[in-house]
Design a protein around this ligand. Structure first.
Ligand code: PFF
Length: 460
């Protein structure tokens, strides 16, 4: 590919950007509520096993494909395979567009909560459950907050890889860790915090059910931003001197550590108020504000505002990567100007997100889809995206094994990593990418379909 596409300036720049893509709402919003619903420590255990045994090899494969081809997701599959495989890349790019469409809506909620807690009087609301219900129903606020978030994302992406993506992540990722650690220290000092820590860290093996494994794998996959070409895209901007395998290891550790730390912050907060950790998606928006409100007007503003700022930073580092994927595609393939592409896509994706935004009660037909067990449109899109990611990951393994061939992946991974060819890791990557991952992801994809359309708990 042309050398004027730009590159990450350094290894740390790439690692922070890829970790930024991985660390997102998935870690701080979704991980704690899934852990809360799935027995806490039992879920954490399954999640960590999935990250290191299954998701890490897929991450290595994606970055290798991107760096070897030096192109966007579709261009990379086409170049290393053929035109037909290129459609797999396109499928991923479209999945990214749909993820961003609903992700930006939830990010808008977080942005709104940050502003309303820090500068408004949200914490003086009596009933946070009804408040959240009314809040997501109110088109005026939602529209502006999520539009604001999309504009922020587009401003950063339009500045290009080094000045935009890399620079923003270099500021936001370290800040995110600082806020997270400060919140954990505070939450651990609260009364009854240790009950939350126990729930979160001492596994009750009897809590591990089919649903736990299934949710853990799905969450690990989403959390590492796999299966849709985000890491192929970022990989295409990585220099040949870098060690892909060790970078992937650092990214996986960075991502899982944020999820781990988010749990370590949320459960002591929840238990300190004797609340239930099993609230589901509402945990962060309904339960935590109650906790912040009980802290009093000043401390509540600081801790609550800090928490939602953290959520915004995490979301923004991910929305950047989600917008970068189709942007790179259009710049590489259609030779369009980056700024035009970025703003065009931002407007388009914002519009695609409107039905998700209005599905939280505003439009009853979108709130209860008859073909989807009465669930709402946003949930439907989010679930379908989970499905496309696991199918995308499964097909990527098949691509490496049967089309590109593992020996070509090896050659790519050996660049910048002298000891790779004789390492045990090489054998491990072959085994997982050729056998374990495609089989498990294939099964997971079928389970997602059964679960979402027929209800897994009715089957197992
Ligand atoms: N990994 C992000 C999260 O955990 O919130 C979500 C995500 C971002 C998924 C980018 C896929 C992606 F390409």
């Amino acid at each position: 590919m042309s050398s004027n596409r730009g590159n990450f300036s350094s290894r740390i720049g790439f690692i922070l950007a890829a970790a930024g893509s991985a660390v997102g709402l998935g870690n701080i919003w979704r991980f704690p509520y899934l852990a809360g619903q799935n027995g806490g420590a039992a879920f954490l255990l399954i999640y960590l096993i999935c990250i290191f045994l299954l998701c890490f090899p897929i991450m290595v494969g994606e970055i290798a494909i991107g760096r070897a081809a030096g192109s966007d997701a579709m261009g990379s599959y086409t170049k290393l395979g053929n035109k037909r495989w290129g459609y797999l890349g396109l499928f991923g790019i479209l999945a990214g567009v749909f993820i961003l469409s609903f992700y930006n809506v939830v990010a808008g909620w977080a942005f709104g909560y940050f502003l309303e807690i820090s500068f408004g009087d949200l914490l003086s609301e009596g009933d946070f459950g009804s408040f959240f219900g009314a809040y997501v129903n109110d088109i005026s606020d939602n529209l502006w907050f999520s539009l604001g978030f999309m504009i922020l994302t587009a401003l950063i992406v339009s500045r290009g890889i080094q000045k935009g993506v890399e620079a923003a992540n270099k500021i936001m990722m370290p800040s995110l860790y600082v806020i997270l650690v400060a919140l954990i220290i505070y939450s651990l000092t609260l009364p009854n915090a240790m009950a939350g820590v126990k729930f979160y860290l001492i596994p009750e093996l009897s809590e591990i059910k089919v649903q736990t494994i299934f949710d853990g794998l799905k969450q690990a996959f989403f959390s590492l931003s796999l299966g849709m070409g985000a890491l192929i895209t970022y990989g295409s901007y990585v220099s040949k001197q870098q060690n892909v395998v060790s970078s992937a290891a650092v990214i996986s550790i960075a991502d899982s550590s944020v999820a781990f730390l988010a749990g370590l912050m949320v459960f002591p907060l929840v238990f300190s108020q004797n609340m239930s950790p099993t609230e589901g998606p509402a945990l962060v928006f309904m339960v935590l504000p109650e906790v912040f409100s009980d802290m009093g007007p000043i401390l509540g503003r600081i801790v609550g505002g800090g928490f939602f700022l953290l959520l915004c930073f995490a979301a923004l580092t991910s929305t950047i990567s989600l917008l970068e994927v189709p942007t790179t595609y259009l710049v590489d393939q259609k030779k369009l100007k980056r700024t035009t592409v970025v703003w065009g896509l931002a407007i388009l994706i914002f519009i695609i997100g409107l039905p998700s935004m209005m599905s939280q009660g505003m439009i009853p037909a979108l709130n209860q889809l008859p073909f989807y067990q009465g669930r709402d449109f946003l949930t439907f899109i989010a679930d379908m995206c989970d499905l496309t990611l696991t199918i995308g990951g499964c097909l990527m393994c098949i691509f490496i094994t049967y089309q590109w061939k593992v020996k070509n992946m090896d050659n790519e991974l050996a660049i910048g990593n002298a000891g790779y060819m004789s390492s045990f890791l090489r054998k491990y990557l072959h085994f997982t990418i050729s056998y374990v991952c495609p089989v498990l992801l294939g099964i997971l994809s079928i389970l997602i379909i059964l679960d979402k359309f027929f209800g897994l708990s009715n089957i197992f």
